[in-house]
Design a binder for this molecule. Structure first.
Ligand SMILES: [Zn+2]
Length: 191
């Protein structure tokens, strides 16, 4: 919201932005849900690319993303792991879809492991980012902090709900690409 357009919201209104249902929580919820759906497909990738069969499903349960991704890539690169019945020509496209999936997963982590808040500058506090932009904070723009392993200071930035909506769309695309690739690879096993 531009400052000039409407009368300024009161501090109380602003501090309540995230108290009830709101676009930010909706979008973060969708990012989390999409992540869960993609994890399911990644499990399927490991099982099918490795020619593992249903009996090893239990081994794949609860495995973290990084493990599943590494396994899938390894199986994709060394098709000797796969059963002979599979269509190896589908492997290059699957390889691309896998790295796309990992790229989106990293974006997801940065959303899920960050602290999203109303910018303190709107609540009488100070924020260097907002100050550097003349104190303007747009509708759907939030103050986000996260920490990185091995660094003593926290990273801070402003991020937007529309960025989350983009991630949600990217999730849908990579999931479709992976399923499509798996279907080419093992037409009889992928629904
Ligand atoms: Zn801020």
């Amino acid at each position: 919201m531009g400052d000039g357009s409407a009368k300024r919201k009161s501090d109380i209104e602003i501090s309540m932005i995230l108290a009830g249902p709101n676009d930010l929580d909706d979008a973060i919820g969708k990012v989390v849900r999409q992540g869960g759906l993609l994890e399911e497909v990644m499990r399927e990738c490991v099982a099918l690319l490795g020619g593992l069969g249903n009996d090893v499903d239990v081994l794949l349960m609860g495995q973290p993303w990084d493990w599943m991704y590494r396994m899938a890539v390894r199986f994709q690169q060394e098709p000797v792991f796969a059963t002979r019945r599979c269509n190896d020509r589908a492997l290059p496209a699957i390889g691309e879809a896998l790295s796309e999936a990992d790229r989106v997963w990293k974006k997801r982590n940065l959303v899920v492991h960050s602290a999203w808040a109303v910018c303190p500058s709107l609540l009488g506090g100070s924020c260097e980012i907002s100050a550097s932009r003349g104190g303007k904070v747009a509708e759907g723009e939030f103050h986000v902090e996260w920490s990185r392993r091995g660094r003593s200071s926290r990273s801070v930035d402003h991020r937007h709900v529309w960025e989350l909506e983009e991630i949600i769309l990217e999730f849908e695309t990579v999931r479709c690409n992976l399923v499509e690739g798996l279907r080419e690879f093992t037409p009889d096993q992928v629904r």
